[in-house]
Design a protein around this ligand. Structure first.
Ligand SMILES: Cc1cc2nc3c(=O)[nH]c(=O)nc-3n(C[C@H](O)[C@H](O)[C@H](O)COP(=O)(O)OP(=O)(O)OC[C@H]3O[C@@H](n4cnc5c(N)ncnc54)[C@H](O)[C@@H]3O)c2cc1C
Length: 386
């Protein structure tokens, strides 16, 4: 220390040593020329202010178990929330529930299908899933990062949600490790990079299911370097593949009915799992449910082997011309559309626009997103800006 104060040479070497201690990661950016930008997707996270709705309610003489409003974390929390609500279900029935007892699940997204999956695994045999739609849902479109994102939770529910997140991580890890033959290739472990530990939101996972992150410098091989936090044991879930595998598992075990319900009294079963996502706002007249619009661009013609990492970086938050709060980020995951070409691989995304609907698609966000991605990877000067 004394040396550093009196000797500039020693000081310089101290910093070199410090920088040398931070590990370098060489990552290849995705190709982001105009012809690499494929399908554009707009979809809506089912946010519920205060907390996801995880509760039991008597409605029209039925017992309704709510599991809705999981925001930008439906995949991250899904299996944990489902197991939590099934435990509640079995507690209120005091062990009287028989496998033949009729159960109706309303909603065919990840929450509805996972509910059916875990009920079947527990031995229930008389399950019906009713849903207005089964295809091309938010659940299929989601990016696939397992991390708590875009929620607005009251601190009083955080302990429960942390337990739920950890249970969900453990479920996906069995898939990633190849120990769940119902979901082959549905989840994979890979590094994820964030600007800060707060952005990652993994604090509850560290020391329980995940290891400590590392501070690294990411080098994109084009002169651009970024100091980042690396989690080597993050999980990526292939959302369209998981939806396909869930459906395949359930096909001969449950009854699927396509219909929209307007009241839980329309369900025949006495026990109902409400897994309607944003639909719950209307069904329950609950104005705490809010859509959070997101924009995604599927990538084409990529070097697939180079993109097995995830990255999430937050930028500015502002109000747009519709009076909607826009939070902009940039993220990249190695997602692939079902049936897409072998090199059509990867997705970029990154908008969170609260209260936006199909009437305000905010299409300009796609171009802003591409610009953010190119700037982040140091590619801005390399391509024509279209
Ligand atoms: C751009 C974007 C990126 C995302 N990325 C991630 C991510 O990386 N990781 C993550 O964990 N999460 C992510 N999410 C969030 C995740 O997609 C959602 O939280 C999750 O899909 C919600 O699942 P769900 O089953 O509740 O709802 P949905 O998938 O919306 O399914 C709702 C179901 O209920 C049915 N329904 C609704 N109302 C009725 C009714 N009245 N009668 C009958 N049926 C009804 C619908 O038809 C549908 O079948 C992302 C979301 C977006 C928009």
């Amino acid at each position: 220390m004394k040396n550093m104060l009196i000797n500039g040479y020693a000081l310089t070497h101290f910093f070199i040593a410090l920088v040398g201690a931070v590990e370098l990661r060489h990552l290849q950016p995705p190709r982001l020329e105009a012809h690499n930008l494929g399908r554009r997707v707009i979809c809506y996270r089912p946010l519920r202010h205060g907390s996801p709705l995880l509760a039991i309610e008597r409605i029209a003489g039925k017992t309704v178990l709510h599991n809705a409003g999981l925001g930008g974390s439906g995949w991250t929390l899904g299996p944990g929330c489902v197991q939590h609500m099934i435990r509640q279900f079995e507690e209120i029935s005091h062990g009287l529930v028989q496998p033949a007892m009729p159960i109706e699940i309303v909603g065919g997204g990840v929450v509805g299908l996972m509910t059916a999956y875990f009920l079947v695994k527990r031995g229930y045999q008389n399950i019906t899933i009713s849903a207005a739609l089964f295809d091309d849902l938010t659940s299929h479109r989601a990016g696939g990062l397992i991390a708590p994102v875009s929620m607005d939770n009251d601190p009083s529910v955080q302990i429960l949600l942390d337990q739920i997140s950890i249970a969900a991580y453990a479920f996906y890890k069995t898939i990633a490790d190849g120990f769940n033959e119902d979901f082959i290739g549905g989840a994979r472990m890979m590094p994820a990079y964030f600007m800060t530990r707060e952005d990652a939101g993994f604090d509850a996972y560290i020391g329980t299911v995940m290891r400590e992150p590392r501070d690294v410098v990411v080098d994109f091989g084009n002169g651009t370097q970024r100091p980042m936090v690396e989690y080597q044991d993050a999980l990526f879930v292939d959302t369209p593949l998981m939806m396909e595998q869930l459906t395949a598992f359930l096909r001969d075990k449950v009854i699927f009915i396509q219909r929209k319900i307007t009241h839980f009294g329309q369900c025949a079963a006495d026990y109902i799992f409400n897994c309607t996502g944003l639909g719950s706002g209307e069904l329950l007249n609950d104005d705490q449910f809010v859509p959070v619009q997101g924009h995604l661009i599927m990538l084409k013609d990529q070097d697939k082997r180079a993109l097995d990492y995830m990255m999430l970086v937050y930028f500015d938050a502002t109000m747009n011309e519709h009076g909607q709060r826009v939070e902009r980020s940039f993220y990249q995951f190695p997602k692939k559309d079902r049936g897409a070409g072998e090199t059509d691989y990867g997705v970029i995304g990154g908008t969170f626009i609260e209260g936006a609907t199909a009437q305000t698609p905010n299409e300009q966000e796609f171009e802003l997103l591409v610009n953010r991605a190119r700037n982040w990877f140091g590619l801005a000067g390399h391509y024509n800006n279209h």
